[in-house]
Write a new protein. Sequence first.
Length: 360
Amino acid sequence: MKFKKINKAIQDWKSQWRFDIGIDLGTANTLVYVRGKGVVINEPSVVAINKRTGKVLAIGTEAKKMVGKTPSHIVANRPLVDGVISNFEVTEEMLTYFINKVRDGRFSFFSKPRVLVGIPSGVTDVERRAVQEATLSGGAGEAYLIEEPIAAAIGARLPIQEAGGNMIVDIGGGTSEIAVISLGGAVVAHSLRVGGDKMNENIISFVRENYNLLLGEKTAEDVKISIGSAFPLEKQIKLAIRGRDLITGLPKEIEVTDSDMRQATQKSVRTIINTIKNVIEETPPELLGDIMRRGVILAGGGSLLRGLDRLIAKETMMPVKIVDDPLTAVVRGTGIVLEDIDELKSLMIDTRAEDNKPHW
């Protein structure tokens, strides 16, 4: 009994220095939420490595600046592909960097954080395990997981714990998550490995095939943000873009329009919309009335594509709303769970991992 009291006193003392972190571990960007502070980090999920020495040179924003501009022995790439870890060691380095960036170094021994990570709903048990282990290896005391559509719905302040239908469409860089949620769980959920990155690839392919021009990934993304659209605009938008002429090998400039970009991204947009329709068809009729009233809720960076909400509304004949600050919906959801973790713990994925005990 005396030992238990001493142990409890030690744990209570340690908990004073512990803090909770929510992470949206995205293919394109990683966002970090610290309980009591809000979203403190929003940086690209990019790591630059020197292949000769194996050392990490830069992570996040600094590494993103190097993409496409490095010598052959330096590689700047993403350790996650389609929302899934493709390089465990590099992901661990990236998580260590972000966790240490928000930690108070003065109490590093006692301040290993409790970390909640948002992951795509369609990942396998092995892929879930990889995220959890990378988070623990990256400096977390405890690592928990939550499905991104659940986190996005919480971040959008939808009443998902009530007996009613809530439809969320979270379009990220690597994946799109479409789910109908009721009573704290997904009634119907589909996860697509189609998102903003695939649209960038579509634009690169379109320009290459139609204009014999080679674009870089960053340029394609800039074009998508500047003039990309899913629905015809009232006024045409044009943009001059530069790349390498595939015939002469010399620099070349062309002008593209929003109509070109709709044509380029049509396949990816159509895939997302068809999946939304499939989810609606699989939804129990009792929940459709709630969705008709509340609307289909869009989150994630991909929801900012011009006219996407109008096109989805036209195709589904349902009201469509974009959440405030859709880029941070998932990480804000993890933050809300962390703020009331005892009450909302049931919304997390039950991994039952042996090694998920507190790492002190």
